[in-house]
Design a protein around this ligand. Structure first.
Ligand code: UDP
Length: 246
């Protein structure tokens, strides 16, 4: 099968962090290296970046802060990550644009769907920052929303584990990885793929999600080339739910 021609890559903020720093230049650099590789294939890439390496609104509001204010701070965190990724990509010679859902014209373009699509057609990587610009949402939901708006063929959800497991593999050595899951199975079993709002949006619009380990070099390319890595979440033809690796 031909590689995807347009994808939306969702990067959680924590993929940028290591033990000592919230934004590791080494990790961001290696993500950018992978994006350069995929861009060279001709695949158009939109990226939604999270902010959880810096802060999450829900955690901050649990300490007493107003939830909307905390979420505004969370959105700003995603902008910080977006600028870091933009810098790393541009240093490697790939043209990028950051589009923010919250107006900050000195730093980023506003989010304008048609303009984003035009950038993609010109093979610029478009980094979507500030989520959906509204509190009580996550960047997972923003990823689903933006993927639909730009007509991406799939969401590539880059994580630090190999896919979706039936238990935490760090705690339970018998944990089994799913090769494939249906949206309904993810929702019913509350599997940690993306939050329920995001999964529902993907399910309603039959947008496939590939959850994979992006710390392994070359994995973004493998996902784009449709190699069976990680876990694929899609509509099950017979809606039987799932199949697991042996
Ligand atoms: N956020 C928000 N609205 C959005 C997207 C994000 O309010 O549309 C805030 C929210 O506080 C969230 C934070 O931004 O906790 C960082 O995003 P997220 O937790 O999704 O980042 P990730 O877990 O992917 O690193």
């Amino acid at each position: 099968m031909a590689p995807y021609s347009r994808v939306l890559l969702k990067l959680s903020g924590e993929t940028f962090a290591d033990e000592s720093t919230a934004i590791s230049p080494t990790i961001v650099g290696s993500v950018a290296d992978q994006l350069v590789e995929v861009s060279a294939l001709g695949t158009e890439i939109g990226v939604v970046v999270g902010g959880g390496n810096i802060l999450r609104g829900a955690s901050l509001s649990a300490t007493g802060m107003d939830r909307s204010s905390a979420d505004h701070m969370g959105m700003l965190a995603t902008v910080i990550n977006a600028l870091a990724l933009q810098d790393a990509c541009e240093k490697r010679g790939v043209n990028t644009r950051v589009q923010s859902a919250v107006a900050m014209q000195e730093l980023a373009e506003p989010y304008i769907r048609r303009r984003a699509v035009r950038h993609l057609e010109k093979k610029r990587i478009v980094i979507f920052a500030a989520g959906l610009g509204a509190p009580y949402f996550s960047t997972d939901t923003a990823a689903a929303q933006r993927a639909l708006e730009i007509d991406a063929e799939a969401i590539l959800k880059g994580t630090k584990v190999d896919g979706v497991y039936d238990a935490d593999p760090a705690v339970d050595p018998s944990a089994t990885k799913y090769d494939r899951l249906s949206y309904l199975q993810v929702l019913a079993d509350e599997l940690k793929v993306m939050d329920a709002t995001a999964i529902s949006l993907c399910m309603d619009n039959q947008l496939p999600i590939i959850v994979f380990n992006m710390m392994t070099e070359g994995n973004i390319r493998r996902a784009v080339e449709r190699e069976p890595i990680g876990t694929l979440v899609e509509r099950a033809e017979d809606d039987d739910g799932q199949s697991r690796a042996g």
